[in-house]
Design a protein around this ligand. Structure first.
Ligand code: NAI
Length: 455
C-alpha cells in the first residue's frame, strides 16, 4: 500500500512526488509519455532553446546598429533542434535523478484508475500491475484544443497542421507559416519563425493579441512584430484549412491565404478523460477538475494540481499548487496566493506581467493610480536596445501606498517581473520600495524609477 500515487509526470506531478518523497511518503509516479511532461519535452523548455537560437541569429545577422557586421550568417534548423533535444534530455535526466534521490519510484506506462479497494485505497492499473495507494494526485495536464474546423484533422494527419508538439521538432523553415491563435504559444512561435525567415501571419479571433495581457503592452508588442514583418489578421475566424492554404472571415469578408504550414494554438484543455477518473466520482466542471485552495477534489484522498484543474495553466503555478497539495497531505497549513503569480511571453521583446491590469481593475471596480515609463529610463536598456520602444507600466492602489500590478515590455522583462511579483506579494509599502538599492546599471532599475515617479 503506497502513501501516494501521482498520475502524470509533468511539473505538477514530478514536483509533488519529489516533495512527498522527500517528506518520507512512499510514492509512485506514473507517466505514460515522458517524465517532465509538456513543459520539459514539448513546451516551455524546448521553445526557449529555439527562441534563444533565434536571438543569437538575429544579433549576428542584424548587428549593424551595434557596429557589428557579419557575412554568411545562417541558421541550421536541424542543429537548433538537435541542441534543443540535448537540453531536454539533460533536464529530463535531472528530474529523474532528483526523483530517485527523493526515493520516488517512476512507472512508465498508462495509468488507469480502477476505483477503490474495500478499505478506501485508490486502485490504479499500470501494465499488468495494480497499485493501491492511500492518496492520489491527479496531474494529467492539458492537451491542445483541436477545433472542428474543416480540414484541421486531415491537416494534423498529413503534417500540414501542427500543434506545439510537432512544431518544436520541425527541422525545416517553412516559407510561410500561418499561426491560428495569437496567444502565448502562437506569439512565441511566430517570433521564432519570423526571426529565422518564414513569412508569418497570425490569425486571431479577438481584436487584440496576447489574451489577457495589458492592452497597451499587447498593442506595442504587435507593433514591434508588424515592424519585423509579421502580419496580423485580428477579429478573424478561421473557416477552413486545406493543403497549402488557410481560409478565414474578417470584417464580413472571406479570405484564403497561402500556408506551407499551419500552427494550431487556440488554447489547451485539461486532460480529464480516458483514465478512469469517473470511477472515483471526481467532480469535473467545464472540462476541469474542481479543486479547493489546497488542491483537494470532492473525492476523499484525491488531489488535482497543475493544468488539469484549469486555474492558471502555467508550470510555475503548478509547482506551487503541488507544494500546497503535499503540505495538505502532510497536515500542514499552506495555500497558493494567486494574486502575485507572474506570467511571461518569451517573444523578443519579452513581456512580463504580474497582478492587476488596467482592464481587470476596471472590471473589478478597483481604483488605481498608474505610472508608465519608457524603458529608456534605464541606462542599460538604452545601451543594449537601439531604438527600443519598450515600456514599464506600474499600477498602485488609489492611496499610492502599494504596487498592485506591473507590466513590462522589453529585454529581461521575464526576470524583472519576479522583483515586481515580490513587491505585489509582500504588499511592500512604496516608501520602503524607495529605500531599496538596485544594481546600476540594470534594466530592473526601471521599477525604482517608476516608483519614484509616483507623486
Ligand atoms: P492561449 O489561450 O494563450 O491563446 C489562444 C488564442 O487563440 C486566444 O487569443 C484566442 O482568442 C485565440 N483563438 C481561439 N480560437 C480561435 C480561432 N478559431 N481562430 C483564431 N483564434 C482563435 O492558448 P495557447 O497560446 O494555445 O497556449 C496554451 C497554454 O499554454 C496557455 O494556457 C498558456 O498559458 C500556456 N503557455 C504558457 C507559456 C508561457 O508562460 N510563456 C508559453 C506557452 C504556453
Amino acid at each position: 500500500m503506497l502513501d501516494l500515487l501521482v498520475l502524470g509526470g509533468g511539473p505538477a506531478g514530478y514536483l509533488a512526488a519529489e516533495r512527498a518523497g522527500h517528506a518520507g511518503l512512499s510514492v509512485v509516479l506514473v507517466e505514460k509519455r515522458a517524465v517532465g511532461g509538456v513543459c520539459l519535452n514539448e513546451g516551455c523548455i524546448p521553445s526557449k532553446t529555439l527562441l534563444h537560437s533565434a536571438k543569437v541569429f538575429e544579433y549576428a545577422a542584424h548587428g549593424e546598429k551595434y557596429g557589428v557586421t557579419a557575412e554568411g550568417v545562417r541558421l541550421d534548423p536541424k542543429a537548433v533542434i538537435d541542441r534543443k533535444n540535448k537540453v531536454v534530455r539533460n533536464l529530463v535526466a535531472g528530474v529523474k535523478s532528483t526523483l530517485k534521490s527523493c526515493h520516488v519510484t517512476v512507472r512508465e506506462g498508462q495509468g488507469t484508475i480502477l476505483g477503490r479497494a474495500a478499505g478506501g485505497a485508490v486502485r490504479v492499473q499500470v501494465g499488468d500491475e495494480v497499485l493501491e495507494a492511500a492518496r492520489l494526485l491527479v496531474a494529467t495536464g492539458s492537451e491542445a484544443v483541436v477545433p472542428p474546423i474543416p480540414g484541421v484533422k486531415e491537416g494534423l494527419a498529413s503534417g500540414h497542421v501542427l500543434t506545439n508538439r510537432e512544431i518544436l521538432d520541425l527541422a525545416e523553415i517553412p516559407g510561410s507559416l500561418v499561426v491560428v491563435g495569437g496567444g502565448v504559444i502562437g506569439l512565441e512561435m511566430a517570433s521564432y519563425f519570423n526571426s529565422v525567415g518564414s513569412k508569418v501571419t497570425v490569425v486571431e479571433m479577438l481584436d487584440h493579441i496576447a489574451g489577457a495581457t495589458d492592452l497597451e503592452i499587447s498593442a506595442l508588442l504587435q507593433k514591434n512584430y508588424a515592424r519585423k514583418g509579421v502580419e496580423f489578421r485580428l477579429g478573424a475566424k478561421v473557416t477552413g484549412v486545406a493543403p497549402g492554404t488557410v481560409s478565414f472571415e474578417a470584417d464580413g469578408k472571406a479570405e484564403t491565404i497561402p500556408a506551407d504550414r499551419v500552427l494550431l494554438s487556440i488554447g489547451r484543455r485539461p486532460v480529464t478523460a480516458g483514465f478512469g477518473l469517473e470511477t472515483l466520482g471526481v467532480l469535473v466542471e467545464r472540462g476541469r477538475i474542481v479543486t479547493d485552495a489546497r488542491g483537494r477534489t470532492n473525492a476523499a484522498g484525491v488531489w488535482a494540481t497543475g493544468d488539469v484543474n484549469g486555474q492558471w495553466m502555467l508550470a510555475h503555478a503548478a509547482y506551487r499548487e503541488s507544494e500546497v497539495a503535499v503540505s495538505d497531505m502532510l497536515g500542514k497549513k499552506d495555500r497558493v496566493r494567486y494574486a502575485a503569480v507572474p506570467s511571461v511571453i518569451y517573444t523578443n521583446p519579452e513581456v512580463g506581467a504580474v497582478g492587476e491590469t488596467e482592464e481587470s481593475c476596471r472590471e473589478k471596480g478597483i481604483a488605481y493610480r498608474k505610472v508608465v515609463l519608457p524603458m529608456n529610463f534605464s541606462g542599460r536598456y538604452m545601451a543594449e536596445n537601439e531604438r527600443g520602444d519598450g515600456i514599464c507600466k506600474m499600477l498602485f492602489d488609489a492611496a499610492g501606498q502599494r504596487v498592485i500590478g506591473c507590466h513590462v515590455l522589453g529585454s529581461y522583462a521575464s526576470e524583472i517581473v519576479m522583483t515586481a511579483a515580490i513587491l505585489v506579494e509582500t504588499e511592500m509599502r512604496v516608501q520602503d520600495i524607495r529605500e531599496l538599492v538596485f544594481p546600476h546599471p540594470s534594466v530592473v532599475e526601471i521599477l525604482r524609477e517608476a516608483v519614484h515617479q509616483l507623486d
